[in-house]
Write a protein that binds this ligand. Sequence first.
Ligand code: IVH
Length: 671
Amino acid sequence: MVSKNQALKRIQELTSMIHHHNFRYYVLDDPEISDSNYDRLFRELQDLENRFPDLKLTDSPTQRVGEKPAEQFLKIRHYSPMLSLSNALTESEFMAFDERAHRLLEKSPSEPIEYFTELKFDGLSVNLIYEKGKLVRAATRGDGQIGEDITRNILTIGSVPRHLRDTEPPKLLEVRGEVILPLTDFDQLNQQQSKQGLKLFSNPRNAAAGSIRQLDPTITASRPLAIFCYGIGKNEGFHFYTLEDCQNQLSHWGFPVHSLRKKCLGPNPVFQFYEKIASLRPTLPFEIDGIVVKMNRIHEIDQAGFLSRSPRGMIAFKYPPRQETTTVEDIIIQVGRTGALTPVAILSPVLVGGAIVSRATLHNPSEIERKDIRIGDRVIIQRAGDVIPEVASVLKNLRTGKEKKFQFPNQCPSCQKKVNHKEDGVIARCLNRDCIAQLKERIRHLFSKNALNIEELGEKTVEQLVDQGLIKNYSDVYKLNKNQLITLEGFAEKSSDKLLKSIKKARTPELYRLIFGLGIRHIGEKSAKNLAHFFGSLDPLFKAHEDDLIKVPEVGTEMAKSLKIYFSDPHHRSELQALLKWIHPQSPIRNRGGGAGKLAGKTIALTGTLPSFSRTDMVQLIEENGGRVSSSVSKKTDFLIAGQEAGNKLDQANQLGVKILGEQDFLKLLQ
Ligand code: IVH
């Protein structure tokens, strides 16, 4: 139990901490903590204020939106306030919102509420003001009532309409949207910042905010910002019944409105939309941090009412944070299968995006220098989809002076041979092909899930087998016997039999699995599949010249060079020949563009949910028929298979005149 005195002390502490972080986030665009840490402080304060309402301070950050506009900008008062949203982090928190919504609308629990769901863009919210259809001013959200004048900066974003596409536009219109910086542009911007010795942005949101809140619009113009519009503030002259109508009208007027939006009747379709967007999130070219769920009928939003900082009829349904704050405990060097030496940060464990993270890749020696990462530093780490966690930024103003700079070693930590720094100037390498650490990684990779797939040959087992001298090359795996295995730690009769059985089973892998498993530089699973399809067997692949190799879809000159180097090396050839005495790779059912398979030579893209095929099954069906699946639509795409809730690819196909097929049309094509 917290006493009233303790609660007051903590409320004062949290209030002042949150004010400080608001200033760093909203005014300086340079936060000191991750969003999730901020959300935790905010929720703790909300919770204490709910339990001790009389202790709530008059300037409590829970009662206001954002921060006052910064001094250096001209101020603009919004016609209608720009509020914030409350959050749900779990399904049950969303259900609590839905129950409350029923009470507020005086609906019976059996009557589902009509919601409108859309992406929660992670950028900076802006207000665009149109008078008689002409853009006259633009402002940041500021404190919700008064924002900063960013009119000249907004005009640098090409997709912001200068005039509404309407012969009878409303007299006055406020359009609400989010300015974002696409991920690839964010990476490029940070590279540029680093080259010029300038501060790096810790995430695309801060980069977008820092770019639009510039006093010099030429700087904004040099940053490829984008915008998505999602709402309307004051509007004189138009009446809307639903938010859905409102967004359709925005689109009609020429505003960029994202196509991933949906009307949902009750919580279940909301959860489906949430899951669907979660799976699309890693493929989106910009950051989102959740979905926004809004009552669709505007009179119901009004009926539900407003708190001082947020409407009661809307909620942000957030995804687990992908950024977290933690400490770098140490930096170690990992030796990869091609000899690349990767520095890795050992972290105080934290939960990021639903998984405990205790390591983050530091990529290469120059990345450590570029970001100035030191042992003992507080850092923001991030994890995007399945990508290995990395350090997004260092919180340099939290340094105590005790942090230690990392000295990159001149010797390989495994075999002690001299490290080669020269090759491409970025990656440090151990060039010793007898290096034990490299051998372990090569073996692990060859037998990993997406290659020859022997589940029992995990990291620990490979480590033991190599350390005991039982495996010196690939083919040794197939020579293992029970007497050898049973002597290993953790191995008994049953587990030895199991491993031997799995090894025996892995003797007829699909060809692409072997090609991928060889760990040839730049050759991932997709290119291995394309190579297997194109050549059909190993022999022609061995003999292919670089000119032949670049004819394979998605194989460029760098990959072709790397394949040539690999297959011309006598050491690799003899190791592979020895392996081929034990395994018999299976040629793909269809090969080469011009030959077998109804879809031979065809490039096909997929979008939306198909009625009876999962995406994986459809990809398999296409590949089995000799076709190739591409992740995007271009002029080279032969056709697009589109299902329900098709995404951007459908628009692109329409624009490029690419043929569009439904599942049934496609199946007919195969008959
Ligand atoms: S509606 C009453 N829709 O999220 C506020 N906001 O946390 C209505 N945001 O300030 C906001 N995507 O900057 C709305 N599809 C979306 C959004 C969105 C991002 C931002 C917006 C807002 C913040 C609230």
